[in-house]
Design a protein around this ligand. Structure first.
Ligand code: GLU
Length: 511
């Protein structure tokens, strides 16, 4: 059966999108692009109790940041809209009626108290073929009574009538065929009159059908719902065009056992959300990959490999490469440990690939936020400066400390380095160096370095002592990139000025 590939990412706006949800979105996207298909973003907001303001915008922003493109959705529009379930009430009402008319669903009036009483009375009570005839529903009440109860404004739900004794087959592209006895399923609520909204199960099935979804790619936590979904497709008469299922393995804790949780992130110091999230109720702020300095392409690459591999040991892949290599054949069925250190490694690797200009653009606002007047520096200067430190960082934010000396001249000097490197005679030596440097016409590293080296050698000076004192004066501590790369960027005037400032500020120990 070949049909156009149409996949959907169907989050519920109940909070920030979890990193596991991002991976689900990514796999949907990779699969859609690989097969020239369509990626749908459907907002499943039928649970009004759990609706969180801002969550939908957050989802859109996160997907856009990561470059996970949407073809049809709330913002993008498309021929199968609306793409937000709360705007599709009429469609669901009509479909609930179809099931009721066909005898595949029934109306139930049991109050929460009545259900509670049954649970207390019958161990492991579930609403199903064995118990439904003891309950207050349209199967046990007369048609007139049912109508009267509805007319009198009694709240009701519509339940799916599961036939017992059936073997329900779920075909999953990753897991193969799973067979489940229908007897273990309960008569799930499909619709609630109280808010005139369907539940997840009904809305999800109806929309997947109407939106002509070919593959349902979602997290493993939805696998237990799949048999019910199979029966619903069948009840509607849609079994022939039911989508293929792919239930992706869980993301697991980096250490120990079990599912990755927000607490693991807090405990081990990594974000579990793509973007920073400000909880509108509690005011709590949860960190995000974007704000923690990750490049979106690094996050995408890292997530792609949590549950999939390209069939060889290639690790660094652009979105286009991921698309061309992606297939479910190389998806694993078992959970993927969330190796966040690997995420850092990816970020480091991607930082080496971006241009110094882009790195400078990412860095400038971070440094400005520290109160440094970045307007005073040309973009070329900033780009050159950060370029010298690229290989030493995992995150753009690491530059705030490491590149600071390019933008703020030291006024204090590392005390340990002073003790070790600023010996009797050093001030005088540095003054001689300042004179030599001040006399250079060409201050490039290529020109300045040999001059200074010759001076050291011909005067029998100690290389380490000279160069470390020089570095201490210019940088404020004895670390950083190659010294003559630094001085070339700072320029002659600034280098000489820093040397003389250090001479006047650092006291030599008395002999
Ligand atoms: N709304 C569900 C969620 O929040 C969708 C599950 C599915 O993809 O079927 O993940």
């Amino acid at each position: 059966m070949s049909r156009p590939v149409r996949v959907r990412f169907a989050p519920s706006p109940t909070g920030p999108l979890h990193i596991g949800g991002v991976r689900t979105a990514l796999y949907n996207y990779l699969f859609a692009r690989k097969h020239g298909g369509t990626m749908i973003l459907r907002i499943e907001d039928t649970d009004s109790q759990r609706f969180v303001p801002g969550a939908e915008d957050y989802i859109n922003e996160a997907l856009a940041w990561l470059g996970i493109g949407i073809d049809e959705g709330v913002r993008e529009g498309g021929p199968f809209g609306p793409y937000k379930q709360s705007e599709r009430r009429d469609i669901y009402r009509e479909h609930v009626k179809m099931l009721l008319d066909a005898g595949r669903a029934y109306i139930a009036f049991d109050t929460p108290e009545e259900l509670e009483a049954m649970r207390a009375q019958i161990p492991n009570f579930q609403y199903d073929a064995h118990t439904r005839d003891k309950m207050r529903n349209s199967l046990t009440l007369s048609a007139e009574t049912v109508q009267k109860l509805i007319d009198d404004g009694n709240k009701y739900v519509v339940r799916f009538k599961i036939e017992p004794g059936r073997d329900v087959e779920v075909n999953d592209l990753l897991r193969g065929k799973v067979v489940i006895k229908s007897d273990i399923l309960d008569d799930k609520v499909l619709y609630k009159s109280a808010d005139d909204l369907p539940t997840y199960h009904l809305a999800n099935i109806v929309d997947d059908h109407l939106m002509e979804v070919s593959h349902v790619i979602r997290g493993e936590e939805w696998l237990p719902s799949a048999p019910l979904h199979v029966l619903l497709y069948e009840a509607f008469g849609w079994a022939d065009t039911a989508p293929e299922f792919v239930h992706l393995p869980l993301l697991l804790k980096p250490d120990g056992k079990g599912k990755l949780s927000k607490r693991d992130g807090d405990r081990l110091g990594f974000p579990v959300f793509p973007l920073e999230w400000h909880d509108p109720k509690s005011g709590d702020i949860s960190s995000g990959y974007r704000e923690s300095g990750y490049l979106p392409e690094a996050v995408v690459n890292f997530l792609a490999l949590l549950g999939w591999n390209p069939g060889d040991d290639t690790e660094v892949m652009s979105m286009d490469e991921l698309i061309s290599k992606f297939s479910f054949e190389h998806c694993s069925r078992s959970g993927a440990k969330f190796a966040f250190d690997k995420g850092k490694w990816f970020n480091h690797t991607y930082l080496q690939q971006i241009s110094d200009e882009r790195l400078a653009e990412l860095f400038t606002p971070l440094m400005a936020a520290e109160g440094v007047d970045m307007q005073a520096f040309s973009p070329e200067y900033v780009a050159k400066a950060v370029g010298t430190l690229k290989s030493r960082i995992n995150f753009v934010k690491d530059l705030v400390e490491q590149a600071r000396f390019y933008f703020v001249a030291p006024t204090e000097y590392n005390a340990k380095d002073i003790a070790k490197r600023w010996k009797p005679g050093t001030s005088q030596l540095m003054e001689r160096l300042a004179v030599i440097l001040a006399g250079l016409d060409d201050f490039s590293a290529a020109a300045a370095e040999p001059v200074v080296m010759d001076w050291i050698k011909s005067n029998d000076l100690h290389m380490g002592n000279v160069m470390n004192a020089f570095r201490l004066a210019v940088v404020g501590e004895c670390k950083g990139p190659h010294m003559f790369e630094i001085t070339e960027i700072l320029g002659k005037d600034e280098t000489v000025r820093r040397l003389r400032d250090a001479i006047s500020r650092i006291n030599e120990p008395s002999v």
